[in-house]
Design a protein around this ligand. Structure first.
Ligand code: AP5
Ligand code: MG
Length: 211
């Protein structure tokens, strides 16, 4: 099964992707993680992406679509994947439909008032795991790989405000796009703890895969 994970910044896309990957063995592809790895490696893509990410804007479509197209040509995605953070506007969604087949869009719906605290309290690992300071009890190492946790440069109140504007102006219309395609599954309980959100998603994935 090929899935698009949709949701505002801080909705829990990465958190749920990690749980879905473990249970359903779908490959997790996060365009945000790909850009951050490129920034860390000072690659040409990283140099382009950094200015947009720091400004809370979308990295240009031609750069982003090429990255995803190349990634989906690899052998490891043949038995199913999750796209986390792509597509992010109607152009990217139409492009994706040209080079891939999407079965399902999972839209995680969370009240916007919760997002600032979630994002500004987030600590991440370069392996892709994310945590919230409220559950870390002072730990500074990733529970999955032992890497050192850090705060993303774009996880500050000013940039978060811009990311939310970008989400509502450019990404939110994708809810209607996937609804019109009959592929939308909205998780209305996105404000519940991660395990409860995952239980809703897992039940839907099991129902669809006939388990
Ligand atoms: P990206 O990395 O995709 O960031 P984002 O969409 O802003 O989403 P986040 O990663 O902030 O949130 P999330 O939903 O993954 O939440 P998480 O699970 O971590 O993109 C970054 C930038 O890259 C973009 O701004 C853009 O510039 C660029 N970019 C990326 N893709 C692009 C594209 N396609 N086109 C153009 N540009 C692109 O959870 C957040 C926090 O909440 C954590 O602390 C977590 O522990 C906590 N939490 C999670 N779930 C729960 C829960 N149920 N209850 C309580 N706390 C929870
Ligand atoms: Mg994320």
């Amino acid at each position: 099964m090929n899935i698009v994970l949709l949701g505002a910044p801080g909705a829990g896309k990465g958190t749920q992707a990690s749980m879905i990957e473990e249970r359903f063995h779908l490959v997790h592809i996060s365009t945000g993680d790909i850009f951050r790895a490129n920034i860390k490696g000072s690659t040409p893509i990283g140099k382009v992406a950094k200015s947009y990410i720091d400004a809370g804007k979308l990295v240009p479509d031609e750069v982003t679509c090429d990255i995803v197209k190349d990634r989906l040509a690899a052998d490891d995605v043949k038995s199913g994947y999750m796209l986390d953070g792509f597509p992010r506007n109607l152009f990217q969604a139409a492009e994706l439909d040209r080079f891939a087949h999407i079965d399902l869009c999972i839209n995680i719906d969370v009240d916007v008032s919760l997002l600032l605290d979630r994002i500004c309290g987030r600590r991440v690992c370069s392996c892709g795991e994310s945590y919230h300071v409220s559950t870390l009890n002072g730990a500074t190492a990733c529970k999955k790989c032992g890497g050192t946790l850090y705060q993303r440069d774009d996880d500050n109140p000013e940039t978060v405000g811009k990311r939310l504007d970008t989400y509502f102006n450019e990404t939110a219309p994708l809810v209607e796009y996937y609804k019109n395609q009959g592929k939308l599954f909205t998780v209305k309980s996105g404000k519940q703890p991660p395990e409860e959100v995952f239980a809703v998603i897992a039940a839907e994935l099991e129902r669809r895969s006939g388990k």
